[in-house]
Design a protein around this ligand. Structure first.
Ligand code: EPS
Length: 380
């Protein structure tokens, strides 16, 4: 399965083409739209989100709401469209790159002194297409009772102390949260930190925890490095704009512990089969799912566009100056969580199809049933 996304931040549309998605899956547009709404919300977003009203239009790949096995194409219209592929716009050239954005690196790469030509595609607006794809993949995964939920673990160093134990707790505890945070007293402090940053024209990042439940053992592969489930998750989650760190299970904490206090001992009972009493591995050993919940975290850096800009250099005059100031968000941690769920859904779907076939949902279901039956016979 492949996704191809296209679209500029202030262009007319964002689109995605999903190739290799199986036939026979019912797709509800309303679910994609609810995921798009989640991506637009969150405390700390800028004025852009009150302009946009992201709604998907599925233009191909389905008949009567059921996938045909052909490429699925989806389209989301940008309300705040300022540039066009067909006619000239009147936007002034932007010649002063923002530190930490793609502006300067992109200007070098594409030999262009107008960084608008870089930022339009480097913008996180593109993640609209990924969330549409993730919402489609989630509808496939739900056929196998695989669930994915993320939550905000910390913002600007303020960390949750009350952590949900499973996905139903994540959903219950984040239901009325403005930051998708399960700990209401930590959330109050996070909101205060965001308000302070907005007042001081600064920005904040944070940490998202993702939990995936219902994945049977045996997804992913150790036989080649690029088929490892943890490597795939890292690749796709690190591709989200502003994500600078990835951990799975104990993550960096492993480096501080002894092996005897790190690894998940193996137990067996006729009722449960093989099981573990801990899940430090985050549900993946040797690049393959163990059957325990998959738990990983990503770190998002503070938004690059500052309203009180940092030092930079004008690409035309080479004079020292301050970076350009563009309208932006103070914190986009909640959106980042939704995008992370979407990328995880894509990775899981892709490796699930690797294992159980690709063409039609009915064949995949019967392969899956046979697999579970045969493992039950041999391992319990
Ligand atoms: C972004 C800058 C802001 C964000 C945008 C990502 O857009 P604008 O410059 O138009 O105010 O709002 O995110 C989105 C538009 C979105 O849908 O998430 C950037 O520079 O990356």
């Amino acid at each position: 399965m492949r996704i191809l996304t296209a679209g500029e931040s202030h262009g007319e549309y964002n689109l995605a083409i999903i190739e290799g998605f199986p036939k026979g899956v019912k797709i509800e547009e309303s679910f994609i739209n609810s995921e798009l709404r989640r991506r637009m919300s969150g405390y700390g977003r800028g004025a852009r989100m009150s302009i946009e009203d992201d709604k998907v239009c599925i233009v191909s790949g389905l008949r009567n709401k059921i996938t045909l096995g052909s490429p699925i194409a989806v389209l989301v219209k940008n309300r705040d469209s300022k540039i066009s592929s067909r006619k000239k716009d009147n936007l002034p050239a932007l010649n002063v790159p923002r530190p930490s954005h793609a502006d300067l690196a992109g200007a070098f790469k594409y030999n262009d002194k107008d960084v608008r030509n870089i930022l339009e595609r480097a913008s996180a607006r593109e993640t609209v297409s990924r969330v549409c794809t993730g919402a489609i993949c989630k509808q496939f995964l739900s056929q196998f009772e695989i669930k994915i939920a993320g939550f905000t673990l910390s913002v600007g160093g303020v960390r949750c102390t009350k952590l949900p134990k499973n996905i139903s707790e994540i959903r219950r505890s984040t239901k009325n949260s403005l930051l998708n945070c399960p700990d209401s007293s930590a959330e109050k402090k996070m909101i205060k930190a965001i308000d302070n940053c907005r007042k001081n024209k600064d920005t904040l990042g944070g940490v998202i925890q993702i939990r995936i439940e219902g994945v049977s053992a045996g997804i992913g592969d150790f036989t080649h490095f690029d088929r490892r489930l943890d490597a795939r998750l890292a690749y796709y989650l690190m591709s989200i704009p502003a994500v600078k760190g990835f951990e799975i299970g104990l993550g960096f904490e492993y480096s501080r512990r002894k092996g005897s206090l790190s690894h998940d001992s193996i137990y067996y009972s006729p009722r449960k089969g093989f099981f573990r009493k801990s899940n430090n591995s985050g549900g993946i050993e040797g690049g393959v799912s163990t059957g325990e919940p998959i738990v990983c975290r990503i770190a998002m850096k503070p938004i690059a566009t500052l309203q009180k800009p940092l030092d930079s250099v004008n690409l035309c005059s080479l004079k020292q100056t301050k970076a350009v100031v563009e309208r932006s968000d103070t914190c986009a941690i909640e959106a980042c969580g939704v995008i992370a769920e979407s990328m995880s859904a894509f990775v899981l779907t892709e490796l699930f199809l690797d294992k159980f076939g690709r063409d039609s949902l009915s064949d995949i279901k019967s392969n899956y049933r046979n697999f579970l039956k045969s493992r039950k016979k041999r391992f319990s």
